[in-house]
Design a protein around this ligand. Structure first.
Ligand code: KG4
Ligand code: ZN
Length: 355
């Protein structure tokens, strides 16, 4: 793949993502994906059952240059061809973010090209345009991963994103990972629970649906809570073991997955309907869950709402999503960030672009 001749095509944008355990470098041109190179340190965290920040930062340092080189090779471009750079400025692990931001600043300085420091969640939204074309704006987006579970109202992905709700404790993916661990399944647990659930019954065990009672809905209509569910699963498994009975892994996985997907799909569709939206976009690693996709599509269709979900490789953290948002920043004429932009581990989502 080679870009068209200079001056006749849309700008080439290189995006860097290092907010968690994936070193991602993507290259896009307009809505076209040219390269999406990802080096993951997930295997180094597996024995701890969760991401260790210091280990992630070091892995980013080691992977950064080779991943940039791989992305350029795949796209068939030289660094000199890049017209603009984008990087995840936050939120995420502070040390991990710093590696990406420092790399992006060096490239921007060395190549004398504009740099856009962008919000990680807005990038999860923007990535969909690489697969399905121009974003349906306005829309509601649900982003569910190991690090975040959020409902957003997206007026303009480059500067008008409002939080509608988020988790008040564990992220949805974190709940999948913790329950998988309880069941003796590997990390990260989401895909293993998804697979185990296929052989189980979703109604075998009636696990709690967090923040879904009438009283909770008054204050937390679009918020999530998964820590009570995780505890309920732990208690159920413990009681089973204490009574000397085998743990029915497939049934626990299916019933747990149903509890998570029931709440996520219900609240996402409710948010889209309440905001008068015709489109609901889903992203983040948990968007790969088979039951979540089916249930959300079913419920959305009943309300006349369309659902857009990028393919799984674009749902999980990657550099292409950052490049996609950078490309939109350029296309919509946003002013770039300054070269002393900070890495902000708690960057608020209503600031899509770091200054
Ligand atoms: O977006 P992501 O790659 O990284 C961040 O956490 O930001 O998401 C990873 C999360 C993990 O918690 C993983 O267990 C979950 O996404 N996940 C899934 C599935 N595939 C990945 N959860 C449920 N079902 C899946 N099929
Ligand atoms: Zn993410």
């Amino acid at each position: 793949m080679t870009p068209s001749a200079p001056g006749t095509s849309e700008p080439l944008v290189l995006g860097i993502e290092t907010s968690c355990d994936e070193t991602g470098v993507g290259i896009v041109q307009g809505h076209t994906l040219l390269a999406d190179s990802v080096a993951s340190s997930v295997a180094e965290h597996a024995r701890f059952g969760g991401v260790i920040p210091e280990v992630a930062s070091r892995a980013h340092l080691e992977a950064m240059v080779p991943t940039i080189e791989r992305a350029c090779r795949t796209a068939g471009v030289a660094l000199d061809d890049i017209d603009a750079l984008a990087v995840t400025a936050g939120p995420g692990l502070a040390g991990a973010l710093l590696v990406g931001v420092a790399a992006a600043k060096s490239l921007a300085l060395g190549l004398d090209k504009p740099l856009y420091g962008v919000h990680h969640l807005a990038a999860h939204v923007a990535v969909d345009q690489l697969e399905h074309g121009a974003l349906p704006e306005p829309c509601v987006a649900m982003l569910v991963s190991g690090g975040h579970s959020s409902l957003l109202r997206v007026g303009d992905v480059t500067d008008d994103v409002d939080p509608l709700g988020s988790t008040i404790d564990d992220a949805a993916g974190e709940a999948f990972d913790k329950v998988a661990r309880l069941l003796g399944l590997p990390f990260p647990g989401g895909p293993y629970i998804d697979r185990a659930a296929a052989a189980g019954s979703a109604v075998a065990i009636d696990f709690p649906r967090g923040l879904s009672s009438r009283r909770d809905l008054e204050r937390h209509r679009f918020d999530f809570s998964f820590s009570g569910l995780k505890t309920a699963v732990a208690r159920w498994v413990q009681a089973q073991e204490q009574s000397g009975q085998p743990v029915p892994v497939a049934d626990v996985a299916a019933s747990f997955q149903e509890a998570v997907c029931d709440v996520l799909s219900r609240k996402a569709v409710d948010a889209a309907a309440a905001e008068g939206m015709e489109d609901l976009l889903i992203g983040g690693g948990v968007a790969a869950n088979s039951r979540l996709r089916v249930l959300t599509e079913e419920r959305a269709a009943a309300r006349g709402i369309r659902v857009r979900v990028p393919r799984p490789a674009l749902c999980t953290d990657n550099g292409a999503m950052v490049a996609a948002l950078g490309s939109e920043m350029v296309a919509r004429g946003r002013a770039p960030s300054s070269l002393d932009l900070p890495a902000d581990s708690s960057m608020p989502v209503d600031h899509v672009l770091a200054v």
